[in-house]
Design a binder for this molecule. Structure first.
Ligand SMILES: Cc1ncc(COP(=O)(O)O)c(C=O)c1O
Length: 406
């Protein structure tokens, strides 16, 4: 039996999961969000296996819940956080000794707090890919201060034939000379200390290479990935070696959930990053070499029955970021056999669900959904209900701790 976007739901195990989620959260009112801790732990173990002995930095944007971050970090094989904003990093650094901010910052208020705290400066490393980011800090705070730890972001995109470029539009530092120039610029500035290098190959880690029903697209993506893996391994090795001649690096970070094996195979890489693989959202259903277990769900109540084969649930419009395509929509998962309507999709306050399974639903019943991406659901729900066996316990998300970082 197939759900609307690209994954097979085994009816036996799906029914068992539905019963377990329903039972563990029976006393709670939907809308609610639940995490299957057994699936989360299995996913964590599989990420560690795929990392082949290199430590995994947890990508917090894909989790956004401190209890779950801590749960991953408590396992052997995980070390440090890859955070997504400096303000978040400062907050996490109250309890975590090693937080790398994965993206550049211009948040002067957060920078002021970083500069003013020895403890924060020891725990937090900021990301730089342009001297203008250093200029902004010096222009605001001067350069006579204790140094801020800096990581260089090197572009990992693939430049193919005929000017084709595939990969995230991030760092302008693409070539080995670009990387060396940037490293020299940081090393020449008082007030900064160069400690690491990161480069994220989104075109390998973040693109499904086995999308259901799209054989040709899958084949093309696999060809591009394989060329990009080869090219990047060479370029990254040269860049890291050249920077290593100038200074001793504490870490070289690369990859994401979708690329752990190939990134880990590079000698130049000392650590990996991953977050989505712990959660197993639908955008990670279509990879050839791994399949995370779905671990995050949300339940919505059926509030009306407009007609045969339609049941309408309350809420549901929790779309994921990225290009506005149907892959960004949440997927009705349990009971299986439901789909979104093409005209209404996942609605602002209500979502009609179509399919034969709708006839088996009564007003007040629940439908369990899966999100397309891993972290953003935490911006919708103040708590996650952590399900283990037939029990559940609630824990706050970032939103539940009144922390929103963009
Ligand atoms: C810098 C960086 N590293 C790693 C990742 C991988 O995160 P995930 O494993 O959640 O896909 C991302 C995702 O966008 C990223 O931006």
């Amino acid at each position: 039996m197939f759900s609307p976007i690209g994954h097979t739901v085994n009816p036996m195990s799906a029914e068992a999961l539905r019963r377990r989620l329903d039972q563990a959260t029976a006393q709670l009112e939907p809308p609610l969000a639940a995490v299957d801790l057994d699936a989360f732990d299995r996913n964590a173990a599989d990420l560690v296996r795929r990392a082949g002995g290199k430590p995994i930095r947890v990508a917090s944007k894909s989790i956004r819940c401190r209890t779950l971050l801590d749960r991953a970090l408590a396992r052997p094989g995980f070390a440090g956080v890859l955070s997504y904003s400096l303000a978040e990093a400062l907050w996490l650094a109250e309890t975590c000794q090693d937080v790398l901010v994965g993206y550049p910052t211009t948040d002067r208020a957060a920078l002021r707090r970083l500069i003013g705290s020895d403890r924060a400066r020891e725990a937090v490393t900021i990301m730089v890919d342009d001297v203008a980011q250093l200029d902004l800090i010096d222009a605001t705070f001067g350069s006579r201060r204790a140094p801020i730890q800096v990581c260089l972001d090197l572009d990992a995109s693939w430049h193919g034939p005929a000017g084709v470029s595939v990969g995230p539009l991030r760092s302008p530092a693409h070539t080995v000379p670009d990387a060396v120039r940037l490293a020299r610029a940081v090393l020449a500035r008082p007030g900064f200390s160069l400690v690491g290098v990161m480069s994220y190959e989104g075109q390998i880690a973040g693109v499904q290479d086995h999308p259901r029903g799209q054989f040709l697209r899958g084949a093309l993506v696999r060809v591009i990935k394989s060329r990009s893996v080869t090219e990047l391994a060479e370029r990254r090795a040269l860049a890291v070696a050249a920077i290593g001649e100038l200074t001793e690096l504490r870490f070289v970070n690369g990859g994401g959930t979708g690329s752990l094996e190939t990134t880990a195979a590079e000698d130049a890489i000392t650590e990996l990053a991953a977050g989505s693989g712990l959660i197993g959202p639908t955008l990670f259903d279509g990879y050839r070499t791994f399949r995370p277990a779905p671990a995050l769900f949300f339940a919505l109540p059926v509030v009306r029955k407009p007609g045969p084969r339609v049941a309408t649930v309350f809420g549901g419009g929790y779309l994921a970021s990225g290009p506005a395509d149907s892959l960004r929509l949440p997927v009705p998962y349990l009971p299986s056999g439901l789909r979104l309507s093409a005209l209404e999709g996942a609605g602002e306050v209500q979502t009609p669900l179509l399919g034969r399974a709708a006839d088996s639903l009564a007003i007040g019943d629940r439908v369990w959904f899966r999100p397309a991406k891993a972290g953003e659901l935490a911006e919708r729900f103040p708590v996650y209900h952590l399900v283990q066996g037939a029990e559940s316990a609630e824990t706050p998300t970032y939103r539940g701790e009144s922390q929103t970082f963009g």
